[in-house]
Design a protein around this ligand. Structure first.
Ligand SMILES: Cc1cc2nc3c(=O)[nH]c(=O)nc-3n(C[C@H](O)[C@H](O)[C@H](O)COP(=O)(O)OP(=O)(O)OC[C@H]3O[C@@H](n4cnc5c(N)ncnc54)[C@H](O)[C@@H]3O)c2cc1C
Length: 511
């Protein structure tokens, strides 16, 4: 049996960072196990292609259960099955979050490493920022973070001006710890091409003699021995193998990491036993606390003039606001708007011709609905039961209505006069809160940010991993990916996941 110092399961966003950073220590034999292969599709690198590459053979193509809160719709959930993982599919918006998002993480773990101040050095270390170094930005890191200016679509510039006219403050940069106001999206793009986590971290490291990349490798179960993970059972190019290690790190993402734990006998005993899995380590919260951002697609406008193509990635400025007072600058935002310069309309509605409409997306930044992932069988080929419990709380539904009203208010501003013919969706006849809530249920789509299924915390009663991301009850097993996020950041989650992996690797190496 081959033995490694560290086995990393999953070569996605977090896994790429971990493999690169942990193999900087030439004495540490690291293996990265990834089901997919290196990207070969040239469309992955093209920023405007991101909505069109979903469903190709490097997408796991998950789907939720029908959602009672969204008119019983099933929501497709793309996830990368490729080196670089979901960073090869994502929309490239780089938004760290509001500083108070991380205060909540520090509070549930009692570990200040997860506060904004604790994570800031890792955000800085990870990036090569286009506008230079500062107290909050770095230029020596592997990931290109580019703040566009002239390249922003003229329609999106008008929408940004509309936000300012309506009283939203100017922010300029989503990555300073504050989030409310108007700013173009910072993008992980270099010379017009997507930069995935694998491009940034893994490619420069892949020739290291102490880093073994095992691709087309599907980890089936963890091999538990007492309070240790002795290794993993996997298939490599379809052949069964076992590998052993001193340390095993799960970085298979918010769906596959909890699924792997459950298939290996770590989870809620009664749920596992229902599938004939012997519970080896009871840990009730594995797979629970699933949550995601939704966007209503949305407040759609018929255009007065043809809308030209994007030079970036269609949705070029997320606008975070506090719905009770959109002039507030320091607040933790509760809603988000976005302006898409290509048709973006939920599948429930007729699809408009390209160039004929634009969409003001809107959403809730801190959803309170919580769902779960469960197994349907003991084998990795058995589908996951994914229930994000979308829009199950009154608070989420109410805040969504506020977000739609503010999207409309900004959509009607004079700055968009040259673009606006008239509102198409929800349509002028839809005005009262009940009708707006009904429209939202039919219009929401995922923002692609599932998190929380192996949440960090203090004890096995309130979490799956501790503040060091070690699985409760196991001495040498960790989870380091989107699953450990206990409560979602206000913005897209990728920047935070990279910082989690950087922080973990930095601290792991010190031990
Ligand atoms: C369409 C889309 C758009 C998005 N847009 C944005 C955006 O603009 N900004 C943003 O911040 N975030 C965005 N996201 C979210 C972001 O990309 C993800 O949250 C992030 O990449 C998740 O990182 P991860 O490391 O947790 O998992 P992943 O990157 O998904 O990595 C998991 C890896 O594990 C591998 N794996 C799984 N199971 C096994 C197994 N059993 N054995 C071996 N390997 C396995 C997978 O193949 C995958 O490579 C988007 C996501 C999608 C899908």
């Amino acid at each position: 049996m081959r033995h490694f110092d560290v086995l990393i399961v999953g070569g996605g966003s977090a896994g790429s960072v971990l493999a690169s950073r942990l193999s900087e220590n030439a004495d540490c034999q690291v293996a990265l196990l990834e089901t997919g292969e290196w990207p070969t599709d040239p469309d992955i690198a093209k920023p405007d292609m991101w909505p069109l590459i979903q469903g190709r053979d490097y997408d796991w193509q998950y789907a939720t259960l029908p959602q009672a809160g969204t008119a019983n719709r099933i929501h497709p959930w793309p996830r990368g099955r490729i080196v670089g993982g979901s960073s090869c599919l994502h929309a490239m918006a780089h938004v760290r979050g509001h500083q108070d998002d991380f205060a909540a993480w520090a509070q549930v773990t009692g570990d200040e490493n997860w506060s904004w101040q604790g994570l800031l050095p890792w955000f800085i270390k990870s990036e090569h920022f286009s506008n230079g170094a500062s107290a909050v930005h770095g230029v020596d890191g592997p990931l290109d973070v580019w703040l566009p200016d002239a390249e922003v679509h003229p329609l999106v510039k008008s929408y940004m001006q509309a936000g300012l006219n309506q009283g939203a403050p100017w922010l300029g940069d989503h990555n300073t710890g504050l989030l409310c106001g108007v700013a173009p999206n910072a993008l992980t793009i270099r010379d017009g091409k997507r930069v995935s986590a694998a491009d940034a971290w893994l490619k420069p490291a892949r020739e290291r003699r102490n880093l073994t990349l095992l691709l087309r490798t599907q980890v089936e179960t963890l091999l538990l021995k007492g309070s240790n993970i002795a290794g993993v059972a996997c298939t490599i190019a379809g052949e069964a193998h076992t590998l052993s290690a001193d340390t095993v790190i799960l970085a298979a993402g918010a769906l596959a990491s909890p699924a792997l734990l459950m298939r290996s006998g770590v989870g809620c005993a009664s749920e596992l036993e229902a599938h004939g899995i012997v519970c080896q380590l009871p840990l009730d919260l594995v797979g629970k606390n699933l949550h995601d951002h939704l966007l209503a697609a949305g407040n759609v406008w018929l255009a007065r003039q043809p809308i030209g193509k994007t030079r970036l990635q269609h949705s070029e400025s997320l606008m975070y606001l506090h719905s009770a007072d959109i002039t507030r600058r320091d607040a933790q935002p509760d809603i988000v708007l976005g302006c898409v310069c290509a048709p973006s309309v939920a599948p429930t509605f007729p699809q408009p011709e390209p160039g004929s409409t634009y969409t003001l997306l809107c959403g809730v930044t801190r959803p309170t609905s919580r769902g779960q992932i469960t197994l349907t069988g003991a084998h990795s080929s058995d589908k996951l039961r994914i229930d994000p419990a979308y829009l199950q709380t009154e608070q989420d539904r109410r805040t969504f209505v506020k977000a739609l009203k503010i999207a409309r208010q900004i959509g009607n501003d004079a700055a968009l006069g040259a673009w606006r013919e008239k509102e198409w969706l929800p349509g002028e006849s839809v005005q009262d809160d009940a009708a707006l809530a009904d429209f939202i249920a039919r219009a929401v789509i995922t923002h692609h940010h599932p998190v929380g299924t192996c949440q960090m915390g203090k004890t096995a009663q309130d979490s799956v991993v501790d503040g060091r991301l070690r699985i409760h009850g196991l001495d040498n097993g960790y989870v380091v990916d989107a699953s450990v996020i206990p409560s979602i950041t206000c913005g897209p989650v990728h920047a935070a996941i990279l910082a989690i992996a950087e922080s973990f690797a930095g601290r792991f190496r010190q031990n």
